[in-house]
Design a protein around this ligand. Sequence first.
Ligand SMILES: Nc1ncnc2c1ncn2[C@@H]1O[C@H](COP(=O)(O)OP(=O)(O)OP(=O)(O)O)[C@@H](O)[C@H]1O
Ligand SMILES: [Mg+2]
Length: 324
Amino acid sequence: MLFDLRPKTSRHELYGREEELEALHRLSRTEWIAILGRRMTGKTSLLKTFLAEVNGIYVNLSGVRSIRGLVEELMKKLKHVDLSLSLGPVRARWTRLAEDVFARLEGRIIGLDEAQDLPANYALRLFKKVWDEHRLTIIFTGSMMGLLHRLLEPGHDSPLYGRKPATIVLRPFTRGVAIGFLERGFDELSCPYREAELEEAVDSLGGYPGWLTYYGNLRCVRGMTHGEALENVYREARKILVAELERFLEARRNKALYVRLLRLLPAGWSELERALQVNRKVLRDALRSLERAMIVEKVGRTYTIPDPLMRRAVQELGEAGPYL
Ligand SMILES: Nc1ncnc2c1ncn2[C@@H]1O[C@H](COP(=O)(O)OP(=O)(O)OP(=O)(O)O)[C@@H](O)[C@H]1O
Ligand SMILES: [Mg+2]
């Protein structure tokens, strides 16, 4: 059922991602892969569906910040693998144990979902050893911070320099695909709708399968009206997107500048320079990190916030937040 809120796990439930699935099959023969995408683009669904087709192992690392945590999560998936856990809790030893676990997974494909919070220095060294010494494939997903950032933009002193994973960027559905997605979901549940409602839903939520699924579920499963469903999705999305934004801002010294910049978008370079009165380097760095975090996109000469829900959240963050 398309409007099921859990991540999808099979090809016939996974809408509009045939190309990405094929890319995973093709690349995983030789490469390690990173699946990137904004919130609710369906990263976990794509990963789980693919892993189900190749007898892979899915590991959820959400909130896992240590190699010990990684080992514990791997062990949960591998109850039959006999490993002595008598080593002390010293981080280097956990790294050795992690390598041991990976060694027993030769030939398998392992999906590490939400891998961004692993301690990057230890994890990079561990993954280099695994890459050099064992034939197994790892697929990472997560936001472009922490470990993921270090994997994909390695400094020349990084252990994985020159061994960058291939990337698959999961984009929101185009308008046409998003409307097709909603139509199929409504039809599956014989749930009545007007075409104009679906268009309004896609215009205000964007082509994010996660938000569209939630909207469809609220209407067809929980019985809300179009307006109620839209409002509820927005309220839920705002919480998640503001938290994302705050997490992004946490690491920056000049938070207020970022918020002012975001609130000026869409805008071109010279307009931003004039309005913000900062030097070129500061502005260039701010725009670059916003682009890397996939919050901002440059279309032609204009910087924009492509996600309509993020646009709304940014305006409200400026009004309510402690940043201005
Ligand atoms: N291609 C798709 N076809 C059908 N449903 C999908 C698809 N992609 C995502 N969904 C649905 O959207 C919701 C979010 O999907 P998922 O958890 O896979 O996204 P995500 O990108 O991993 O989200 P997050 O950023 O929160 O980790 C789920 O309800 C899932 O069932
Ligand atoms: Mg996910």
